[in-house]
Write a protein that binds this ligand. Sequence first.
Ligand SMILES: O=C(O)CCC(=O)C(=O)O
Ligand SMILES: [Fe+2]
Length: 597
Amino acid sequence: MGSESPTQIPFIDFCSNPGALEPGTVGWSLLCQEVRAALEMYGCFELAYDGLPVQLRDDMFEAMKRLFDLPLETKQKNYSSKLYHGYIGQSDVVPLYESLGVEDASRLNAARAFTDLIDTLKSMSEKMWELENMVRRMIYDSYGAGKYCELDVQNSRSIFRVMKYKAPEQGEESAMGLVAHTDKNLITVLCPNEVEGLQVQSKAGHWIHLTPRNASFIVMMGDAFKERFSFGVFSMPKEEVTIEVPPELVDRDHPLLFKPFKYMDYVSFYYSTDDGMNKENALEIYAGMGSESPNHIPFIDFCSDPGALEPGTKGWNHLCREVRAACERYGCFEVAYDGVPVRLRDDMFEAMRRLFDLPLETKQKNYSSKIYRGYIGQSDVVPLYESLGVEDAPSLDAVRAFTDLIDTVKSMSEKMGELEHMVRKMLFDSYGAGKHYESHVESSSSLFRVMKYKTPEQGEESAMGLVAHTDKNMMTVLCPNQVEGLQVQSKEEGDWIHLTPRTDSFLVIIGDTLKAWSNGRLHPVRHRVVMSGVKERFSCGLFSIPNEEMAIEVPPELVDKDHPLLFKPFKYMDYVSFAHSEDGMNTENALEIYAGV
Ligand SMILES: O=C(O)CCC(=O)C(=O)O
Ligand SMILES: [Fe+2]
């Protein structure tokens, strides 16, 4: 029992007995129970509802086609300073996704911006709002809390969004249209066209693929209440309203789990703070009724005893143990290293400033067909982030594109590459696998990237600069300027550790590839950039990457009775493609899923 996972969400029929839509009737009570059971068990259900003419639905999809065909500049006029209220599109993370929102669309004024589509939009959002209100009433009634419903409806507003998802590019089997999330609002009613793509995660963690029936709706529960072409009404509490658990829902068996909170405060917590975007239990962290964890990463000094940088010495062996312990426990460490002249470091930051000040078209010429190798910027998901990459920067040819900055980029990447090699050798030596080091280095190359993070917009306290991730490559050496923002997640506790970079240190980060190589011993640390304050952040990084033909394999020294083989040999680029595919993006265990035995 219990191992079978559901392949469908509940389907509830609001059409077969029109009398049942009358509150107080027996039919109504039955529907209430069905709705409650579906939402408690699945958090969503599909719904047959005929309160909305089929013609209107068809008109709506037609209107949407026309809307999304408008020039980008016109769509971008649908701007809102509130998160997810205006136009969203052109994102590097979900390039297929575009959407537009209208606040309180059932009031004609708000929809006037869409002039000739007003009538369709207005009727559609009115009808869907009626449906939302009906479902909300059922939920309240099912908990015996019906008397709070009217006030709750009065205290809420809606946002109507239209969404379009392009088909994957030719040659791609599938692509992420919208990354996994829970809705932050109260209830969402979706009206998708008949194109598959929407998936919901069952409580047990499986993804259920929805096949919308002709003219049905999908109802989903958002956090505050505890997509293809589709459009939806999202109900949300008005700004001044406090969300509180009604006393009827609290008793000895159901102790109060959430403190009262304001919706918009939770939304800004979710999108701009430490725990919001990256924890699946953001609501519990923010409003839940209530461990100590580390607040810094290891600092290892490569300067104090220069003799220790000589392999085979006592000092070297000592450093090997320190480095290995840090990379197993934290997946990263800060290193004091004087092999990079301070002057070069300063020149590098100066060069980066000039590089990012170049016109967008020039930066975009730094194009690569490989993921994360070329120019990245102008993303809606991380609007503050921009970066540029140079493959094999230590070889002069590759940097020629950066003409007058060649010398700086070349020296910097050489020096940081030396540091990477030294740390890699320490790790190999620490595992008694030193004899594999030379061939490992010969089968790898490097990518040098420069990163710039803008400051949050006025009025915003903090904003995501780069979303949480593990590096897929072997190892990354980072050289950030002195602006805070980089955070790493502690392995055991999951807390975010805020790093405060020193002027002369570098940061070493273990990537997924070395986890596989070390048979699971080295920890690829999750990290992200959260920007606050008024200073722009610059950082450059040297990413060591396996060559295309190299098979990533666990050396025999790292496999024994107590450490059975955990990973099959694999090719780096194949893993990267998987990690960026739909399945890969939806999991934190991409490496285990892809290469685990
Ligand atoms: O900006 C930084 O320092 C970190 C960048 C990073 O994590 C990455 O590019 O993978
Ligand atoms: Fe990274």
